[in-house]
Ligand binder design. Structure first.
Ligand SMILES: *[C@@H]1O[C@H](CO)[C@@H](O)[C@H](O)[C@H]1NC(C)=O
Length: 897
């Protein structure tokens, strides 16, 4: 029956045969053709949208592409594209139906988060952090009922946290920090039973922390800092006793710290500063055996500092600054041997610094400033050998500064101002070789002379001894303080001349006022029989002018001029002697110990004796920088040289003479159109002189800030742009050789006959490279107004630091303003003044030099583009500044357009 029936069928209906053939063909082609993998077209589509460079599209099997993991049936389960700098449309990913793990973090994706991601029903892990996703969080994500980890941090998300996310019932890890989210923290978050991590800091979240948070979940990490949260800290967050990290800093929280905090033995970090919390610290903190970090500064907490903290033997940091605490420091704190920072400033604590504290061997910061401590400073204070910050200012401390202070060899900052300290400044302060940030003993009752040993503090930036009864002269030895930027000697009993030392002469007059008998610059009172050096040449030329105009008085005036010139010469020679430079005396010739001229056809024309003599004459002085003074030297042959005399700040330089000479010879061969390399050098005594070709157009500073002397066209915009570009090229080249410049300023940019800029003082960077340990100079280098803000903290000269200083020069070029000028008022310097322009409601025209920006539309456009670059360069965050090479590129583009 069967065969016959079939036969009949096939015989009778021929088309059935063809059907079979077609069916057979389909079956076979399925095997012959490379078989299409399930997610293949989707994966190739994704690659077309976002172009992943590592994906090898010649390999059709996407399961082998980097960042991909497939299941056995070759569906994509895991897609990791983090940190690839990718952008483009990611919606297609939502079609990878089997996806469990999706990581797109740290890319450049922008626009809305695709709502279609809500269709990835298998998804357990979703990380979209550190992109530029904007708009609100799509409600559809609430459908991801298998999701355990959701990270949307560091995007530009706005709006509220949608209630639809309530569907994420298995969520353990919920991170949405660093967005612009507002509204409340929804109550459903508290109902997520598996929640371990809630991180929503740096948003605009308001309202109260839900009081169910922590009651069902086993929350371990709660970080909500920098929002606008109100109400009190709910006790529920401690209820499950699982909390390890609590960060609520910078909100508007009020009320008291719940007693139940003591239930959480595993709590290691409590940071609740900058809120409006009140009441006492509960004694139960003593039960938190894991506590390492307790920070509650800037609240309205009160009562005594509970001794129970002493039971937290792991405590590393305790910061209770700026509250209303009173009483004394419990002596039990001496048992906290792990303590590194103890910060109690800005309370009303009194009594002694307990002797027991000296047992805290790991303490590196003791900040008790602005309290009412009225004891003495313990002689053994430096038993805490790791101390870097000893801040005791603004108290009522009595007694003397202990001699033992010299043993705190790691100290970076010593603040003792506004106390009732008596006696002298002990010479042992000179042992504090690492002191960098400040030495402040102002507003005390100290007397006696300044110890010469202060001169050994060659890293110190700020010295304030004002408002005491200190007497005697300001010692010459203080010239050893090579890093000094800020000094204050005012309101003491000092007498005699102010030493000639750049940081002194550059200080405001107020730093020296109110003394018994100080004289000399910067004060206007000249020292006995002396005349102010800077003013003289000007007075002379004024008199010469008078002489020419007033014909009748000619003879009298010429006599005056002769007398004055004679007096001036005498004074200069005295100055030279004071400064340790040997006298220009023909029968006492300087002893040149080494010297060379690298360029053959200059060798005949350069006379070393004439070079040395030129540097002794003040009238030859052209400019003075942080590290060197530049003189003009005319050779007997008629050749004019620039001679850069290194300030004899670094004696070690001399001890490495042969190394230095090698370095100089190498430098002379380092040729770049925009770098000024030496043509020779010579060394006598401990003075190093570097010889350079003459630069007839002076410095960029002179071009910009002595405008009236120049014809207008000399500083027009195209010339300025070309100078800005040249300086950038020079610095970029320097950075490409891993050389960091130590003192970038417009005074260190020289202009040749064609106004080509040459960056000078590169040899200083090479010779005094602090990172190589060849020099003892401070890392805090540079000229006032050009020093990047971070140097004060990092003490490290860096390439981004150079970019900042360059940015200041670019701003000078654009605005024709000085980097530091009283005209900036509150802004204090050019950078802050420019950055604050838009906040002040000012237009670019009020910033740019209008003499140039209003000349033509094209000039204005170019200046605006350059202003943008200058703003980037002077960003406070070093990491955000462009590289020098990039800066040069951007300027080149402006120039070419
Ligand atoms: C030195 O300390 C006093 C008291 O704290 C303070 O007023 C003064 O400004 C400080 N000096 C400097 C230079 O910071």
């Amino acid at each position: 029956m069967y065969p016959r029936k079939a036969e009949n069928l096939f015989v009778k209906i021929p088309c059935c045969w063809s059907l079979l053939v077609v069916w057979f063909l389909i079956i076979t082609t399925q095997f012959v053709k490379p078989h299409e993998l399930p997610d293949q077209s989707i994966m190739f589509g994704i690659n077309r949208e976002i172009g992943v460079p590592e994906w090898d599209v010649n390999n059709l099997d996407y399961c082998y592409w980097p960042g991909i993991l497939c299941s056995l049936n070759q569906t994509v389960e895991r897609l990791d594209l983090s940190r690839h700098g990718l952008r483009g449309n990611v919606t297609l990913i939502s079609q990878l139906k089997a996806l469990k793990w999706l990581d797109l973090s740290n890319n450049l994706f922008y626009g809305s988060i695709p709502a279609a991601f809500g269709n990835l029903s298998e998804l357990e892990f979703l990380d979209l952090s550190s992109n530029k996703f904007g708009n609100s969080i799509p409600l559809e994500l609430g459908k991801l009922s298998n999701l355990r980890s959701l990270n949307l941090s560091n995007n530009m998300l706005t709006g509220k946290i949608p209630d639809e996310l309530e569907g994420l019932v298995r969520l353990q890890d919920f991170q949405i920090s660093g967005n612009h989210l507002n509204g409340l923290i929804p109550y459903w978050v508290g109902n997520l039973i598996d929640l371990r991590v809630l991180s929503a800091y740096e948003n605009k979240l308001a309202g109260e922390i839900p009081d169910n948070l922590g009651s069902v979940s086993e929350i371990q990490l709660l970080n909500l800092h920098s929002n606008q949260l109100e109400g009190s800290i709910p006790g529920s967050i401690f209820a499950n006793r699982k909390l390890q990290v609590l960060i609520l800093t910078q909100n508007r929280l009020s009320g008291t710290i719940p007693e139940s905090v003591g239930e959480c033995k595993d709590l290691s970090s409590i940071r609740i500063g900058n809120n409006n919390l009140t009441g006492n610290i509960p004694k139960t903190v003593g039960n938190i055996s894991s506590l390492t970090y307790f920070e509650a500064d800037n609240n309205n907490l009160s009562g005594e500092i509970v001794m129970e903290f002493a039971r937290c033997s792991n405590l590393t940091l305790l910061n209770l600054a700026s509250n209303g605490f009173t009483g004394t420091i419990p002596p039990e704190f001496g048992g906290l041997t792990n303590l590194q920072e103890l910060i109690f400033s800005g309370n009303t604590l009194f009594g002694d610094i307990p002797e027991s504290i000296l047992r805290c061997k790991n303490l590196n910061k003791l900040d008790l400033s602005s309290n009412r401590f009225n004891g003495t400073i313990p002689e053994e204070i430096c038993n805490m050998a790791r101390l870097q910050f000893l801040l005791l200012g603004e108290n009522s401390m009595r007694g003397e500064i202990p001699h033992g202070i010299g043993k705190c060899i790691k100290l970076l900052e010593l603040q003792l101002g506004r106390n009732y300290l008596t006696g002298t400044i002990p010479p042992e302060v000179g042992h504090l070789k690492n002191l960098q940030i400040a030495l402040n003993v102002s507003f005390n009752h100290l007397d006696g002379p300044l110890p010469l040993e202060l001169g050994k503090l060659d890293k110190l930036v700020s010295l304030d001894v004002s408002n005491n009864q200190l007497s005697g002269t300001i010692p010459q030895a203080l010239q050893g303080m090579l890093s000094l930027i800020e000094v204050n000697f005012s309101n003491n009993l000092f007498t005699g001349p102010i030493p000639t030392f750049v940081p002194f002469q550059q200080s405001p007059i107020s730093s020296f006022l109110g003394n018994k008998g100080l004289c000399g610059q910067p004060l206007s009172s000249p020292c006995d029989g002396d005349v102010s050096r800077e003013n003289y040449p000007r007075k002379v030329s004024y008199k010469i002018v008078l002489a020419v105009i007033g014909s009748g008085l000619a003879v009298v005036v010429s006599v005056t001029v002769v007398v004055l010139v004679f007096m001036m010469r005498e004074r200069r020679e005295k100055l030279a002697k004071d400064a340790g430079i040997i006298e220009d005396d023909s029968n006492n010739r300087p002893l040149v110990t080494a010297g060379n001229v690298f360029i053959e056809n200059l060798q005949q024309a350069i006379d070393f004796d004439a070079v040395v003599k030129a540097t002794i004459k003040d009238s030859n002085k052209l400019s003075s920088g942080t590290f060197s003074v530049v003189y003009k030297a005319t050779m007997p042959s008629g050749l004019v040289l620039l001679v850069r005399s290194l300030k004899s700040m670094d004696k070690t330089l001399i001890h490495h003479q042969s190394k230095m000479i090698r370095e100089l010879e190498r430098l002379s061969r380092l040729s770049h159109d925009n770098l000024m390399s030496p043509v020779g050098f010579l060394i006598y005594e401990d003075v190093v002189l570097l010889l350079h070709e003459n630069m007839p157009n002076g410095t960029l500073a002179q071009l910009l800030h002595h405008f009236s002397r120049q014809p207008e066209y000399e500083a027009d915009w195209p010339r300025r742009l070309s100078i800005a570009n040249g300086v950038a090229e020079g610095l970029a080249f320097l950075h490409s050789l891993a050389v960091i410049h130590l003192d970038i300023s417009s005074g260190n940019v020289l202009l040749d006959a064609n106004f080509r800029p040459l960056v000078a003082e590169i040899e200083i960077s090479k010779l005094l490279d602090p990172s190589k340990g060849t020099a003892s100079i401070s890392a805090v280098a540079g000229s006032f107004g050009y020093i990047p803000p971070e140097y004060a903290f990092t003490m490290q000269v860096t390439a981004p630091g150079n970019v900042y200083s360059y940015g200041v020069i670019l701003l000078e070029i654009l605005t024709t303003r000085l980097p530091v000028d009283e005209a900036f008022g509150e802004a204090t310097d050019l950078v802050k003044w420019v950055h604050g322009a838009s906040a002040r409601g000012e237009t670019p025209e009020q910033i740019l030099d209008a003499k140039l920006s209003t000349v033509s539309f094209a000039w204005r456009k170019e200046m605006l583009a350059a202003l943008k670059i200058a703003l980037l360069c002077t960003d406070t965050t070093p990491a955000k500044r462009p590289k020098m090479k990039k800066v040069a590129e951007m300027l080149r583009e402006i120039k070419q357009s």
